[in-house]
Write a protein that binds this ligand. Structure first.
Ligand SMILES: [Fe+2]
Ligand SMILES: [Fe+2]
Length: 338
């Protein structure tokens, strides 16, 4: 019996080592020459030996996700130590205001939760609005707000506004179309009218919170087969002294967190539903946000980091929000009054 256990354990260790986050099950089955039924057996066996592996759909293929429980940096770490600086922030992305797929009520839910947690800083990683694509004839039907004025006005009027919370944002690929089409800079409009919305840059921006360097990034192009591939490549080219402590990536509408070269990296999910483009391409759309718990020292080094993923499901999506603007009211809280 003991011998069988040892054989199983060494087998589990071997296959678990080979499995990579984001690896397709086909690659794995081919390597070990096994059927799908056998693969499910192996996943069960991994669970028995304390290795939690699940499968998730990514661009129409099933890929592995290793659910590694995050451990405190050291078991002796005292989170109540006065030497540690504690910050909680909220991260959102890809709201695509003006798209019929935008989900303002979910953005409101996230901000309300941030308010209830006493959070003072929300970061937005780009594609605030849906933009304008004159070369895509299908585009107007995919939007309930067309052009710069309507979309910028909607952000100013409808973006959650809570006393004590500031939103720091970058602009992404969709926001930039307004500039490309007519040199209209949406950040100028938003930040002139909304003192609580602070612009950090086009495509990328940086903010330091108690010396913890955080970079917001909105790349272009499609995502790679493995969720972590492109962010890893981006981190690899950073020189040691320029590396942020936290790298937040929008644009992909995917949700994933990992640590690499001492950088805490988060792929931030979208706060809009799947678009027509994603539907046609068979692309997965992650809907949600992140809350980050950060404990750092006086020099901005992270001692403990806990990302909390907020995931919305199909049942949370309102298909009519775009068509019926009056259905969702602006979330505004002043003097603790809604
Ligand atoms: Fe986007
Ligand atoms: Fe984008």
């Amino acid at each position: 019996m003991e011998e069988r256990k040892n054989i199983e354990l060494s087998f589990v260790n071997k296959v678990y080592k080979y499995m990579k986050n984001g690896m397709s099950i086909e690659t794995f089955m081919k390597k070990f020459n096994i059927s799908e039924a056998e693969l499910y057996g192996i996943i069960e066996l991994c669970k028995i030996y304390g290795k939690d592996v699940t499968l998730e759909k990514y661009d129409d293929t099933l890929v592995f996700r290793k659910n590694i429980r995050r451990k405190r940096a050291t078991s002796k770490l005292d989170l109540n130590s006065p030497k540690l600086i504690h910050n909680q922030i909220c991260v959102v992305s890809d709201t695509h205001f003006g798209s019929i797929h935008n989900q303002l009520h979910l953005l409101n839910d996230v901000y309300e939760e941030a308010y209830n947690r006493g959070i003072k800083t929300v970061l937005h990683v780009g594609d605030v609005v849906d933009g304008n694509y004159p070369n895509r004839p299908e585009n107007p039907r995919q939007q309930f707000l067309h052009g710069f004025d309507e979309q910028a006005g909607y952000v100013v009027d409808m973006y959650p506004e809570i006393e004590g919370i500031n939103t720091y944002y970058i602009l992404g690929s969709h926001d930039e179309t307004h500039y490309k089409n007519g040199m209209a800079t949406i950040n100028d409009w938003i930040s002139r009218c909304r003192k609580d919305m602070i612009y950090l840059g086009q495509d990328t921006g940086e903010i330091n919170i108690d010396k913890v360097k955080i970079v917001l990034d909105h790349p272009g192009g499609g995502s790679a087969q493995a969720l972590s591939y492109k962010p890893q490549k981006r981190i690899e080219v950073l020189e040691s002294h320029t590396k942020p402590k936290i790298l937040l990536i929008g644009h992909y509408h995917k949700s994933y967190s990992f640590s690499y070269r001492n950088v805490q990296c988060i792929l931030v999910p979208a706060l809009c539903d799947k678009t027509q483009f994603q539907q046609k391409q068979g692309l997965y759309n992650a809907l949600g946000a992140y809350f980050l718990d950060i404990y750092s020292d006086k020099n901005g080094n992270i001692e403990y980091f806990e990302p909390e993923e907020i995931v919305f499901g199909k049942e949370d999506i309102w298909n009519e929000t775009g068509k019926d603007k009056s259905k969702v009211k602006k979330l505004e809280i002043k003097n603790s009054i809604y």
